[in-house]
Design a protein around this ligand. Structure first.
Ligand SMILES: Nc1ncnc2c1ncn2[C@@H]1O[C@H](COP(=O)(O)OP(=O)(O)OP(=O)(O)O)[C@@H](O)[C@H]1O
Ligand SMILES: [Mg+2]
Length: 749
């Protein structure tokens, strides 16, 4: 768009821009700030949500975040604002609903630099001081940034990824290393002091040496306490921060996975596998860091030991190396057993999850014994695997212990022997004691290294588990790129075929039909004929179809997925309501919606009357699993939730199947209202509720058998007529039970 000549900032100088509505200027300011970070926003995407109101900060932030950036709203004082020196463009919210784009600040001169959001990029910014800004600025700003991992979002979750995460805490890591190094050096002093005490104080009865040594011990103890406190504190902060970063990144990834993935995988299993990532984190900040730090100790302690006694030092190193060797040898077996234990635990938590998630079914079908049996079985697996793994570790520990004892106690005997036998290089008692105190420190880094290699295997498998979930192709590209055409709702299928991944027969084959915008389209057909599959394609849940599916003439796969789903209102047979008030559930977190919208949507969905009868009205709390409202009420809330954003395309997949005739009648009566001005796709087994549809599409085995209005189908489509007569048999005729669907193929009797 050309906005060539507006060089003055619109409001900082007090002159309102008359060419653009304030809210447009505000959007443009955010858009420009985002573009600075390489994020392309589309104004239509935003306007779609917020309707007519002035864009609020949360809505703007959401807009940025949904398109791959991060945004943070803040309320600032002038003095904070002028100090934001090196921050790239910041959107300043103005009282008239517009915004300015601050591109720089200069606190020595007390000015900030503003540009008009619509000005061309080479327009020079305008300096604005506190007084001029005060008149227009609300104090609110929106900071926009690229997401740190934005560009690498699709990076595989692997060691490199985690390493980047850990290195992201570089400063803390450095502090931990420094503290540890100093502590390593300090570690040498106690043995030195002991040495002095024994050799000088005890042997020569020197009180003055004792006094100065005591002072030294006191000072060192103080530093040691301080340092170890600091090291623990820093490690704690680092690990929690790391956990937060990992959690956020992992959850982002998980949410970006396509629905198809979650449908195929067991929820408990997914959770288990994703949480394996924490095992890796634990390893990196626990064992890996610990061993790394121990190595410093080794670097300091080892030369000291050799200085004390070469022979003893050599013996110690050999014994420690033997320990490492034993552990290395046992590693593969231990690794395998531990792997089995982890898998068994994962299986068990999967069973637990399934039972809790399906507790209604478990209780109502009295399946407790069955579930308990499953649990017992899994628990038995866990027990045997843990025992095996534990026993193996025990064996290793036992095998290593003599060597450990040798390092810690045996050495002193050899030292004593050396002291007695050799007169020239004999050790003094003090040196021997010092050696004993430090010898143990050689073993732990070596043992740690050996364990490290063991852990590496475990961690590699944990990473693989997490990766098997997180490294799947995500929808992120489709969610953030693609067209955002205005949606009217004309649908055109031409030669669409689709087979579910892993299925042998196609769920849809060569589906061809089209309906203009504003059509009320019914879908009927026996169970498994592909009705829901059609609705899934429309929502972009399954995108690997062949043929062409166009929405308003545009191939569906070219449309931005977020945009498509937001333009689409969907009500399923069983809808999930979140814990929260009725109002929250209907708004469902979409910004810019008010209670009026909620009431309007509830009215359209036929939910208003029952909501108003509730004690707290729209503020009534819905419990987990929506246990405190009826099924019909829940459906109507779901419909309200779907229509509140006024989508051009609505999909109702057996939305009324679970309702009693009365609630169904209420909803159906509202459907005609609802359908006004939008395309509706209604899947229903009850043909009576589809009679009003403009077009009814009859499906069978993934094919479209016929499409037309009710009367036409009744006249020419056998399958439809059969269904119709089955469902509308005069009551009392043959009372031999409910009409079965199985003889659908036959003609009407
Ligand atoms: N997630 C899935 N994975 C694999 N196959 C599937 C999946 N969902 C459906 N199918 C298969 O696709 C075919 C069409 O299923 P669809 O759900 O579209 O039927 P439907 O007409 O909606 O049936 P109903 O009336 O029972 O809801 C069926 O044969 C089904 O087995
Ligand atoms: Mg279905």
């Amino acid at each position: 768009m050309g906005h060539p000549d507006q060089s003055a900032d619109p409001t900082g100088s007090g002159q309102a821009d008359t060419r653009h509505a304030p809210e447009l200027i505000r959007l443009q300011a955010v858009l420009r700030a985002a573009r600075f970070h390489g994020i392309d926003l589309d104004v239509r995407d935003f306007a779609d949500e917020a309707g007519q109101t002035v864009p609020s900060i949360p809505a703007l932030a959401r807009w940025v975040e949904e398109n791959g950036g991060t945004a943070q709203g803040m309320r600032l004082q002038w003095r904070d604002l002028v100090r934001l020196r090196d921050v790239p463009p910041v959107a300043l919210m103005f009282a008239d609903g517009s915004a300015g784009l601050m591109v720089g600040a200069d606190d020595t001169n007390g000015v900030i630099w503003l540009v008009d959001p619509f000005a061309s990029p080479d327009t020079p910014p305008v300096a604005v001081d506190e007084l001029r800004l005060e008149g227009v600025w609300t104090g609110d700003v929106l900071l926009v940034r690229g997401r740190h991992d934005g560009g690498r979002k699709e990076d595989a979750v692997n060691f490199a990824w985690l390493r980047r995460m850990v290195l992201g805490e570089r400063v803390l890591l450095r502090d931990v290393v420094i503290a540890s190094m100093v502590m390593s050096v300090l570690a040498i002093f106690p043995p030195l002091i002991v040495m002095q005490v024994i050799d000088r104080v005890v042997n020569f009865h020197s009180m003055s040496t004792l006094v100065s040594l005591t002072g030294l011990v006191g000072v060192m103890a103080f530093y040691e306490v301080l340092l170890s406190y600091a090291r623990r504190e820093i490690t704690l902060v680092m690990t929690t921060r790391l956990d937060t970063r990992i959690s956020l990144a992992v959850f982002d990834r998980l949410l970006a996975l396509p629905l198809e993935f979650f449908e195929r995988e067991q929820a408990g299993n997914v959770i288990g596998r994703v949480s394996a990532i924490y095992k890796v984190r634990q390893f990196m900040t626990g064992r890996l860091l610990g061993t790394f730090l121990d190595m410093f100790t080794l670097l300091v302690v080892l030369p000291f030991l050799f200085w004390l006694s070469t022979t003893l030092a050599c013996l110690t190193v050999v014994a420690a190396a033997l320990i490492g060797g034993i552990i290395l040898l046992a590693m593969p077996t231990v690794g395998r057993l531990v792997g089995r234990q982890i898998r068994a635990e994962m299986e068990r938590s999967g069973a637990l999850y399934e039972t809790v998630a399906g507790i209604r079914t478990v209780k109502t079908l009295a399946l407790e014994p069955v579930r308990r049996e499953v649990w017992d079985e899994k628990t038995a697996d866990v027990v045997s695997a843990s025992l095996d793994a534990g026993r193996m570790s025990n064996w290793v520990a036992t095998a290593v212990m003599p060597l450990d004892l040798f390092i810690n106690r045996g050495i002193i005997l050899i030292g004593a022997y050396l002291a007695i036998t050799s007169t020239t290089s004999g050790m003094e008692a003090g040196a021997l004691m010092a050696f004993m105190m430090l010898g143990g420190r050689v073993a732990s880094p070596l043992v740690g290294m050996a364990r490290l290699i063991d852990d590496l295997n475990e961690v590699r498998s944990a990473l693989a588990e997490a990766g098997s979930v997180l490294n799947r192709p995500t929808e992120t590209r489709a969610l953030t790129t693609g067209l955002r055409p205005p949606v009217h709702g004309a649908l055109a299928f031409s030669g669409v075929s689709f087979t579910y991944p892993g299925a042998s027969t196609p769920a849809l084959s060569d589906v061809t039909f089209s309906v203009p915008a504003g059509t009320m389209l019914g879908l009927v057909g026996r169970s498994g004929s592909g009705k829901s599959t059609i609705t899934r394609l429309l929502q972009g849940v399954s995108r690997s179809y062949t043929g062409q599916l166009r929405l308003d003439g545009i191939e569906l796969r070219e449309i931005n997925l977020t945009y498509l789903r937001r333009s689409c209102g969907v009500v399923l047979q069983d809808n999930f309501l979140f814990r929260g008030t009725i109002r929250d559930n209907i708004i469902a977190g979409r910004p810019g919606l008010t209670l009026e919208d909620v009431v309007r949507a509830a009215r359209l969905a036929g939910a208003e009357e029952f909501i108003e009868r509730m004690p707290a009205g729209f503020d009534t709390w819905i419990e987990e699993g929506s246990t405190n409202i009826s099924g019909g009420q829940r459906q109507r809330l779901a419909i309200a939730r779907a229509v509140i954003s006024d989508p051009r395309l609505m999909i109702l997949d057996e939305a009324t199947s679970a309702l009693d005739p009365e609630s169904e009648a209420v909803v159906n009566a509202n459907l005609r209202h609802l359908a006004r001005g939008r395309t509706m796709v209604i899947v229903s087994h009850r043909l009576a509720s589809l009679v009003a549809c403009h077009q009814i599409c009859v499906m069978d085995h993934g094919h479209v058998v016929d499409i037309g209005p009710h009367e036409d189908l009744l006249a020419r489509c056998d399958i439809y007529r059969t269904l119709w007569t089955q469902q509308n048999q005069p009551a009392g005729g043959n009372d031999g039970g409910p009409p079965s669907v199985s003889h659908m193929h036959g003609d009407a009797a």
